[in-house]
Design a protein around this ligand. Structure first.
Ligand code: 1GP
Length: 267
């Protein structure tokens, strides 16, 4: 039986004003000894979520997720670059639709390829509106999907796109500057979108400091995703996760007047 436990957890955290943090692992860049070091770091201080995914499929995906599940007390969420990046061992899957682009393959094509296998699994599926925002350089998502990112100053386009995603029934909105972006999604844009939608908001791409995590949180991001910086500065992973914990402790005041999301009631 499929449950909506992970989405419910996201909604409840949001309701309580608790900000969430995800470490992104790109399987292609996390082989062998590096993966063992990542596991060791994650064990010290597990984040709310580990996202697993990247631009290219790797054979070891299943195995990596099995090890993560076995070794680390966290929730593993697939963040796939395409239909091939599915594993029954994950807890959940962000069923991403690249709404900022106009390539049908990433709006619905890849979804059709993987839909039946996903439905037959126990993996929780979270439909997600995925919006690529210009991060100052051509990202892998932009290049591989053959789409264009939304310019960072076109906030009305970002807003209309995010609202369309919500009206289409998508349960999360992800503002993505692209892995390794030179500039993360601007705080003003995050806050503008936050006011326009009621679904939980994920922000990622190009975040390399806890100050930037703070900017995203304060602007209204519920969940921040960081990956690239940890590929070279693995020691920073624990620092970021502990920083998020202390940020939440400092701001522990219970509900932040966020209206109860209708999904909490219906789930
Ligand atoms: C990329 O949003 C994620 O898809 C995280 O970005 O790898 O730049 O941290 P970074």
């Amino acid at each position: 039986m499929r449950h909506n436990n992970i989405y419910r957890k996201i909604l409840l955290n949001r309701e309580m004003g608790k900000k969430m943090f995800a470490v992104l692992i790109d399987p292609e860049k996390s082989n062998g000894r590096h993966f063992a070091s990542i596991i060791a770091a994650l064990k010290i201080s597990p984040p709310d979520f580990v996202f697993v995914g990247g631009s290219h499929a790797v054979k070891s995906l299943n195995n990596m997720i099995e090890v993560l599940k076995e070794e680390v007390d966290t929730t593993v969420i697939l963040f796939p670059g395409d239909a091939s990046q599915f594993s029954e061992h994950a807890d959940a899957l962000l069923f991403l639709s690249l709404l900022s682009g106009r390539n049908p393959e990433y709006l619905i094509g890849q979804h059709i390829k993987s839909a039946v296998a996903i439905k037959e699994s126990e993996v929780e599926v979270i439909p997600t509106a995925y919006l690529l925002i210009d991060g100052g350089k051509v990202s892998s998502v932009e290049f591989i999907s053959n789409t264009r990112a939304i310019p960072r100053d076109k906030r009305e386009i970002v807003r209309s796109t995010a609202v369309a995603g919500e009206l289409l029934g998508m349960r999360l909105t992800y503002l993505e500057a692209g892995s390794g972006a030179s500039q993360p999604v601007p705080g003003e844009l995050i806050s503008y979108i936050r006011k326009s939608i009621s679904s939980p908001l994920i922000v990622g791409g190009g975040i390399t400091t806890t100050e930037e995590v703070k900017t995203a949180f304060e602007a209204g991001a519920d969940l921040v995703v960081v990956g690239n910086i940890f590929e070279t500065e693995l020691h920073q992973m624990t620092e970021f996760i502990k920083w998020v914990d202390s940020y939440n402790s400092r701001n522990e005041t219970g509900s932040k007047d966020i209206p109860l999301h209708p999904d909490i009631i219906s789930l």
